[in-house]
Design a protein around this ligand. Structure first.
Ligand SMILES: [Fe+2]
Ligand SMILES: [Fe+2]
Length: 459
């Protein structure tokens, strides 16, 4: 569980914050009354996530200095939130000028948590990242600016990485034959080089095929890499380039004048990634839906691409992207409660970290998006509310009319897309049935209009 350490003589002013942190972010609060007590706690709990110090108190500054000195000496990167004006001397010390109980403060903590989580994940990536040998074979005339390694097993537990190709060199024919003969499926690049490799491989994939819709739909490979990179490595210049390329290729795909049925078929053929198929199909269909409204414009299309691309970006696992309601997320627990006595409760279908990931995915995805420059305004809010909750947490079934108009359309379109992709071999009858269900379900404002627009062009 995540932990925050509050250092203060009195804790009454933190009571509301404690309730919020525990309920909303499952953060456990530990307390210390002075720096000495705090340091002895930090010695036992070096993994602690945050420290909160009120530096505006008479001895607050002295306290802050002592804690910072300790963390520097122990090489701990723990984030300190400082109430007051003193910026401290570490980059991980953050000054909070808001009221302790304001939602802004809570949001700042949330955001910092997500950043810390991402950094922890980054540390967990192994030193070497596998890359597909088949892909390299298809581009054997390209000089990649990274070294390639071969993994050799030296015992049942250990392996060694041998450099087989230096940056900017080409594989020899003999070497390639040797790899083929030994059925090598992956070569490896250093973690720090992975960004470089990824950017080039994406460019190559896109350049190597023309942007016919069929090929565009086969780009889930790149979508996944981009997703992984954003989640594991955070947003840097390379990632921004990747996003740009992905968005522009999505834009060019949705402007193709293909029939909706054709999109359906092509997406169904592309079975290897649910999350990509559903993002792509949502973008295509939403563009068609929007064209029925007066606000159809180039900017709206760009917004649609960003929303479709980013709305589930914080979820890496396809199986979790498919969850679209509380009922699905907590499925097993409810079944157990209804049909068995309490003592026989089995495990939940999803692990608690998966549940948390799904619950917060809209907010988390929006926070990732916030780090990308040049995103059209309004997209952040739409991503946040794409499951009906304005704060981006959980699923809201009632059709809220206080959401952005485009959010309402997106909710209906995504509902359609998820139902459609859930059918093995959908026929025209299946599509009609889905639309009938949506017609019964959505009866308010833009939600209703979106269903009407869907029915219009799917006939
Ligand atoms: Fe989604
Ligand atoms: Fe989602």
């Amino acid at each position: 569980m995540r932990q925050i350490l509050i250092i203060d003589e009195s804790f009454t002013k933190y009571e509301d914050l404690r309730v919020q942190l525990e309920e909303q972010l499952t953060i456990e609060i530990t307390t210390a009354t002075d720096a000495v007590q705090a340091i002895s706690l930090l010695n036992i709990l070096p993994e602690l996530d945050f420290i909160l110090i009120d530096a505006s108190l008479p001895n607050g500054l002295e306290r802050l200095t002592k804690i910072e000195d300790f963390l520097i000496e122990e090489k701990l990167e723990t984030t300190i939130f400082v109430l007051g004006r003193n910026p401290g001397k570490r980059s991980q010390t953050i000054v909070i000028t808001y009221d302790l109980n304001s939602t802004v403060f809570l949001d700042a903590i949330k955001e910092q948590f997500l950043k810390n989580d991402a950094q922890k994940k980054l540390k967990d990536i192994p030193l070497f990242v596998p890359v597909d040998f088949q892909f390299l074979l298809e581009h054997k005339d390209i000089r990649f600016p990274v070294d390639f390694y071969l993994r050799i097993k030296i015992s049942s537990e250990d392996c060694q990485y041998l450099k087989r190709l230096h940056a900017n060199d080409l594989f020899s024919v003999e070497e390639i034959d040797k790899f083929k003969k030994h059925n090598v499926s992956n070569l490896y690049v250093l973690k720090n080089d992975f960004n470089k490799f990824l950017a080039i491989s994406l460019k190559l994939t896109i350049e190597s095929k023309n942007l016919e819709s069929k090929n565009v739909l086969n780009k889930s490979f790149d979508y996944h890499l981009t997703k992984e990179m954003i989640n594991l490595a955070g947003v840097d210049q390379e990632t921004q380039n990747l996003v740009q390329t992905n968005i522009s290729h999505m834009e060019s795909a949705i402007t193709k004048n293909d029939s909706l049925m054709n999109y359906f078929k092509l997406t169904k053929q592309n079975q290897n990634s649910f999350s990509y198929a559903h993002s792509m199909l949502s973008a295509m269909i939403l563009t068609k839906v929007v064209s029925q409204f007066e606000w159809n414009s180039k900017l709206i299309k760009e917004k649609i691409c960003y929303v479709a691309f980013f709305h589930d970006i914080s979820i890496l696992d396809d199986k979790l992207t498919k969850i679209h309601s509380d009922d699905e997320l907590y499925e097993d627990v409810r079944v157990e409660y209804e049909f068995q006595n309490d003592s026989k409760l089995s495990d939940k279908k999803y692990k608690s970290f998966e549940i948390e990931q799904v619950e917060y995915h809209a907010l988390n995805s929006a926070l990732i998006l916030e780090q990308i420059p040049g995103v059209p305004s309004g997209v952040f809010q739409i991503v946040k509310e794409h499951h009906g909750a304005k704060n981006g947490v959980g699923f809201k079934d009632q059709q809220s009319i206080s959401l952005q108009p485009l959010s309402m359309l997106f909710i209906v379109v995504e509902d359609f897309v998820v139902k459609f992709l859930g059918i093995e071999n959908p026929s025209k009858e299946d599509i009609k049935k889905i639309l009938k269900d949506l017609e019964l379900k959505y009866n308010k404002s833009n939600y209703k209009k979106a269903v009407e627009a869907l029915i219009q062009f799917s006939i």
